[in-house]
Design a protein around this ligand. Structure first.
Ligand code: C2E
Ligand code: MG
Ligand code: MG
Ligand code: MG
Length: 292
């Protein structure tokens, strides 16, 4: 009994502290939704055969008034737990569509850019998701064909029957679906048949090991061929080195994204890149998200 009491004395302050931190973070996140403290970054997705920008992935950031920029992996789980991902995700979707539609007006005559938006399982549980997507497209004027919704494997594995219907409804609008982080989840192949997927995003962990592990290169090429056989587009994530790019391009991977091309950029920096073809001067060797 005595020992039990000692243990309680040891653990209690730690637990209380982490509980308070959690509560504080939740309160902060609620305020963030009301005060619009979120921003988007845009990372180019490049056609490997021509090196042209084919589209952009929208990635959310939280600009916390005291703590500065908070990356998504540090608040998305809490946002999902509290349901706050619903308003946050709606803002991300609308803002991404608005921005992409605007950029496409500067690109008349060129192939329109696509914009990819990450969706969490909690958003997919909402019966009004297809209406939300339709409304984001209508309000922004972005053609459905230019929107790509990214879903993770785990989301598809744990799906409910309604999820499939909801995805089919979204597909009927003309929106395309991508599987994010492909190869990291379970039963990847089974749900490729079941879900109306258009694009496979090969997880960065495969790309990382190209050049170091022959097995990683073989697996990556295998996924690309699988994609081709199923007439799906393939996107390699997290390309950082020329060697990886060469291997992927030789293997006929269609698209790629990664720091080798560009890190996620602010809307201003992306605008500059799209208009001039070069990142703004302050980006070159200057302050980047990674350094900060
Ligand atoms: P993701 O969708 O797989 O996005 C790719 C992540 O890899 C991004 O991290 C991006 O910055 C990073 N990345 C891209 N190229 C490279 C590279 O060459 N090297 C390295 N080391 N990293 C690279 P980020 O922005 O921190 O986002 C992390 C994850 O958070 C995303 O992974 C996505 O799952 C989630 N996320 C981001 N935005 C949203 C959102 O609006 N809604 C939801 N539900 N999830 C989001
Ligand atoms: Mg993604
Ligand atoms: Mg990914
Ligand atoms: Mg990821």
């Amino acid at each position: 009994k005595k020992q039990g009491k000692d243990q309680f004395a040891i653990f209690e302050p730690v637990m209380r502290e982490s509980f308070q931190k959690h509560l504080q973070m939740e309160a902060d996140l609620r305020r963030a939704v009301l005060q619009h403290e979120f921003e988007l970054r845009f990372q180019p997705i490049v056609r490997l055969s021509t090196k042209e920008i084919s589209g952009l992935e929208a990635l959310v950031r939280w600009q916390h008034p005291e703590r500065g920029m908070i990356p998504p992996l540090e608040f998305i789980p809490l946002a999902e737990e509290t349901g706050l991902i619903v308003p946050i995700g709606e803002w991300v979707l609308r803002e991404a569509c608005r921005q992409a539609a605007l950029w496409n007006t500067y690109r008349e005559g060129q192939t329109p850019l696509t914009v990819s938006v990450n969706l969490s399982a909690v958003q997919l549980e909402r019966t009004d998701l297809p209406q939300l997507v339709a409304s984001a497209l209508a309000d922004s004027g972005l053609p459905a064909r230019s929107l790509i919704i990214e879903l993770t494997e785990s989301l598809l594995v744990d799906h409910r029957p309604e999820t499939l219907h909801r995805l089919e409804e979204i597909k009927r609008l003309g929106v395309r679906l991508a599987i994010d982080d492909f190869g990291t989840g379970y039963s990847s192949l089974a749900y490729l048949r079941k879900f109306p997927v258009d694009i496979i995003k090969i997880d960065k962990s495969f790309v990382d090991d190209i050049g170091d592990l022959p097995a990683a290169a073989a697996l990556t090429l295998g996924i690309i061929q699988l994609g081709q056989a199923l007439q799906l587009s393939t996107v390699a994530e997290g390309i950082e080195h020329l060697e990886q790019l060469s291997e992927l391009a030789d293997g006929n991977c269609e698209l790629g994204q990664g720091y080798y091309f560009a890190e996620p950029l602010t809307a201003d920096a992306m605008h500059h890149l799209l208009v001039t073809g070069a990142p703004p001067p302050e980006m070159v060797g200057g302050k980047s998200e990674r350094a900060g």
